[in-house]
Design a protein around this ligand. Structure first.
Ligand code: C5P
Length: 217
């Protein structure tokens, strides 16, 4: 038996992280940003002098990952995002990180998990699934504004290029992580404010919650 699991998936900088945090606060549920797991693996691999194309080394790092590493400021940088998307293509890395995510998603009375494959691979049974998206340009602008706080020399064009590369890595192969579950609700936030996007997500989740409660009898 699991609680009310809310899966929030979508591409980089779609707004899914903000929506997930706000949903967690609304329901009083813990929130896992699963991207931080891949970021932490990438960061530690780089710090130990490892190579981001070394699947064996990346898997070894994933095996010894300490959840405290998710709190490190280093995992929130642009370089960490890039490193994350490189190690995330390795199936053994994904397998090692899966158990932690599944255990989190099953927490009672509920949990919010955001990522790419939460509704499809980690918690296909989740009663509420939202797939958050936005146009490439809008996502690049949001991420650029965030990263400007860390480094004011970063250009919009560089971030747009980053987002395109990341989207490609996350979707290019048949076994790529990003996929919308057939029972997820698509939420395009391109034209929405943060409050508007959260409100739309909240309504989707409330509908799912009513259906879930009914199914419990
Ligand atoms: O969401 P965030 O930008 O932090 O994710 C960093 C990278 O980690 C993504 O570009 C993606 O390659 C990978 N990722 C993943 N599966 C997830 C979450 C993130 O493959 N559930």
């Amino acid at each position: 038996m699991s609680g009310f699991t809310i899966a929030v998936d979508g591409p980089a900088a779609s707004g899914k992280g903000t929506i997930a945090v706000k949903l967690g606060a609304l329901y009083g549920y813990p929130v896992l940003d699963s991207g931080l797991l891949y970021r932490a693996v990438g960061v530690r691999l780089l710090e130990s002098g490892g190579d981001l194309s070394d699947e064996v080394a990346a898997t070894a790092v994933a095996r010894t990952l300490d959840p405290a590493e998710l709190e490190r400021p280093e995992v929130r940088t642009r370089a960490a995002g890039e490193a994350a998307s490189r190690v995330a293509i390795f199936t053994p890395v994904r397998q090692v990180l899966r158990e932690f995510q599944i255990a989190f998603a099953r927490r009672e009375p509920g949990a919010v998990v955001d990522g790419r494959d939460i509704g499809t691979v980690i918690a296909p049974w989740a009663p509420a699934k939202v797939f958050v998206t936005a146009s490439t340009e809008v996502r690049a602008e949001r991420r650029w504004k965030q990263l400007l706080l860390q480094d004011e020399t970063i250009s919009f064009d560089d971030i747009l290029a980053d987002i395109r590369v990341r989207d490609h890595r996350d979707t290019a192969r048949a076994d790529s992580p990003m996929a919308m579950a057939s029972d997820a609700v698509l939420l395009d936030t391109s034209e929405m404010t943060i409050d508007g996007a959260f409100d739309a997500a909240r309504r989707i989740v409330e509908t799912a919650r009513a259906r879930w409660e009914q199914s419990l009898g």
